[in-house]
Design a protein around this ligand. Structure first.
Ligand code: NI
Ligand code: MN
Length: 221
């Protein structure tokens, strides 16, 4: 599987058959590595409705026809012409051709009336399991996810201020028993400036790999 980082909290996971795109904030992010008219996906997963996550979701869904996976409040906010949708809520599972998407808790605000922020745990048929925290602070049920799932990759925000900071992200990875942290959601703006190399060094001491990826770069999962 190939993981491509497009900047901030936007990334694509390419499996043999599918392309999953997460939190497509591209317009307005000067570090974005692709434009909304070029990015490819057949599944579009949205963690919450803040502009730095929901972003270009509507034009991308309209152009690609990708299946949109989000909470019902976000799905209802989409134009009626977008019909390839999978509204679900915390506890829900989407059975995709690439594997299972489980919608899980995040501790944050939703950005939409009546909504909640969420994270995703994705069990890929190709054998890997990935947790995407969305925007979240630390919470104890990350330990539950660590008990229930064999998490290979934890895609975690580390910017602080609105989300986990690097120290908290390392605690989160330990709760999740994740083998690898992929840090995102930092250095987009001055208020979330962080040094991921420090996290990498701290992770090494704990036996947790930290894979730092720049906007526009890809790596194999
Ligand atoms: Ni947010
Ligand atoms: Mn955010």
């Amino acid at each position: 599987m190939k993981f491509t980082f497009y900047g901030h909290a936007c990334f694509q996971i390419q499996t043999e058959e599918n392309k999953l795109l997460f939190d497509p904030f591209l317009t307005g992010n000067e570090n974005a590595a692709i434009t909304p008219d070029k990015v490819e996906c057949d599944h579009l997963l949205i963690s919450h409705a803040h502009a730095d996550h929901f972003g270009d979701a509507v034009p991308i869904a309209e152009r690609t026809g990708a299946k949109v996976i989000a909470i019902p409040e976000i799905i209802r906010s989409l134009p009626n012409a977008i019909t390839n949708v999978n509204p679900m809520n915390i506890g829900g599972t989407y059975e995709g051709p690439f594997g299972q998407v489980k919608m899980v808790q995040a501790v944050h605000s939703s950005g939409i009336a009546g909504g909640v922020p969420i994270g995703f745990i994705i069990l890929f048929n190709e054998g890997k399991t990935l947790y995407f925290g969305g925007d979240t602070g630390l919470f104890g049920d990350m330990k539950l996810y660590g008990d229930l799932y064999n998490i290979d990759y934890a895609v975690l925000p580390i910017g602080g201020k609105y989300t986990l900071d690097p120290e908290q992200a390392l605690i989160a990875a330990k709760f999740l028993r994740a083998k690898t942290i992929i840090p995102i959601h930092y250095n987009t703006w001055d208020v979330i400036q962080q040094d991921p190399e420090k996290l990498k060094k701290a992770g090494e001491k704990e036996g947790i790999e930290v894979r730092i990826i720049q906007p526009g770069e890809s790596m194999m999962l």
